[in-house]
Write a new protein. Structure first.
Length: 330
C-alpha cells in the first residue's frame, strides 16, 4: 500500500501510476486550531505500507515542519492500525544540512529527525541523494539512499552535454566525489570551485581548479537553495573562458528569490528533479525531471526482498531514455 502526505502529492501520484496502483485513502488536513489531522480510511492490518512525503514546503502552503509532523503522525496512525511494516519514502530529507554542530550549543537536527522517524514506528527509510551520506549512520534502521544521477545523466546525454567538450564542475570541495561520478558517466573532464562561507547561505568564490577554457561547464550539486552560490560560481567559470554554463541538482529548494537570481544569472539551464515541487512560476531556463520511476523500482524491490543497491551500482548504471520525463514548470 502506498500513502502520501501533502508535501509532494504529484510525485506520489506518479510513483503510484508507475506501480499500477492507486494511492491509499487517507485524510490529511488540519483542525480549526491548526493542529495536523491524519485519518487512515482503509484497512492496513498486516500490510506492508509506504508513506511518500518530502520534508519541504507543500503546494498547499504548509511549511517544512508541517510536512515532518504529517509524516510522523501518518506513520503513527498506520502503526496503531496494525500495519506489518512501514517504510518512510522521503525523496527530500529536510534538515539534512544540519548534520553537525557548526557552533557551540547547536542541535544536530538531522539526527533528531532520524530519531523521530524510528520512534514513531518506521522500519525503513528510502530517500535520495542525502546532503551528507553519513546521515545514514544516524539511523538504527535500514536506509536506502537512492541516486538521481542516472536520470540526470540521461537528460544531459540526450541534450548533447557529454564528451570531452564538457567539463563537470563541483561547486565545492565536498561535492567532488559526486562530480567525479557524473564526469565518468558523461566522459567529461572535471573542475572544482573553491569557496568560503562567511555566513550561512552566503559564499565567496576563491579559486577554480581545472581547465574550463573553451568548454561547456555543467555544475553538479545535490541541492539548490538560494541560488547565490551557483550564480557566483557560474560567473567565475564564465570569466575563466567557459563557453556556457549549465547546472544540475537533485533537489530544487529555490528558497527566497532563488528563481529570480538564477533567471538573471549567466547559467543557461537549471535542471532538477521533482523530489521537491516547484512552487513559483519558472521560465524556460528551468527543467524538472521526474524521478518517480526510480522510487517505483526501489519500492518494488523492497516488497519482493530484492537488492535495491543493484539499481545504482556505479558500474552498472544503464542509459535508458525512458527515465527522462521533463515536467513543464514555466
Amino acid at each position: 500500500l502506498l500513502f502520501s502526505g501533502s508535501s509532494n502529492p504529484q510525485l506520489a501520484e506518479a510513483i503510484a501510476k508507475r506501480m499500477k496502483i492507486s494511492l491509499g485513502d487517507a485524510l490529511v488536513t488540519k483542525f480549526k486550531n491548526e493542529e495536523t489531522r491524519i485519518e487512515i480510511r482503509e484497512n492496513v492490518r498486516g500490510a506492508e505500507v509506504f508513506v511518500v512525503q518530502s520534508i519541504c514546503k507543500a503546494p498547499n502552503g504548509n511549511g517544512v515542519n508541517d510536512a515532518l509532523v504529517e509524516l510522523l503522525l501518518m506513520i503513527d496512525a498506520l502503526r496503531r492500525a496494525s500495519a506489518a511494516r512501514i517504510t518512510a519514502v522521503v525523496p527530500y530529507y529536510g534538515y539534512a544540512k544540519q548534520d553537525k554542530k557548526t557552533k557551540p550549543r547547536e542541535p544536530i537536527s538531522a539526527k533528531v529527525v532520524a530519531n523521530l522517524l524510528k520512534t514513531t514506528g518506521t522500519k525503513r527509510v528510502v530517500t535520495m541523494d542525502l546532503h551528507a551520506a553519513q546521515i545514514q549512520g544516524f539511523f538504527d534502521i535500514p536506509v536506502d539512499n537512492l541516486m538521481a544521477m542516472p536520470t540526470l545523466c540521461n537528460y544531459l546525454k540526450r541534450e548533447g552535454l557529454s564528451d570531452d567538450r564538457i567539463v563537470v564542475v563541483s561547486p565545492d570541495a565536498g561535492g567532488v566525489h559526486r562530480a567525479e561520478l557524473f564526469a565518468k558517466r558523461l566522459n567529461a573532464s572535471l573542475a572544482i570551485v573553491f569557496k568560503r562561507r562567511p555566513q550561512p547561505d552566503v559564499s565567496e568564490v576563491t579559486d577554480i581548479v581545472g581547465d574550463v577554457q573553451g568548454k561547456v561547464a555543467v555544475i553538479v550539486d545535490d541541492m539548490i537553495s538560494t541560488g547565490g552560490t551557483l550564480a557566483k560560481a557560474a560567473e567565475a567559470i564564465k570569466a575563466r573562458g567557459a563557453t556556457s554554463v549549465h547546472t544540475v541538482a537533485t533537489h530544487g529548494l529555490f528558497a527566497d528569490n532563488a528563481i529570480e537570481v538564477l533567471a538573471n544569472s549567466v547559467i543557461e539551464r537549471v535542471i532538477v528533479t521533482d523530489t521537491i515541487p516547484i512552487l513559483q512560476p519558472a521560465g524556460e531556463k528551468f527543467v524538472q525531471l521526474s524521478i518517480a520511476q526510480t522510487f517505483a523500482d526501489a519500492i518494488g524491490r523492497i516488497t519482493t526482498n530484492r537488492s535495491v543497491s543493484e539499481l545504482f551500482s556505479v558500474e552498472e548504471i544503464k542509459i535508458d531514455a525512458n527515465f527522462v520525463e521533463p515536467i513543464t514548470v514555466s
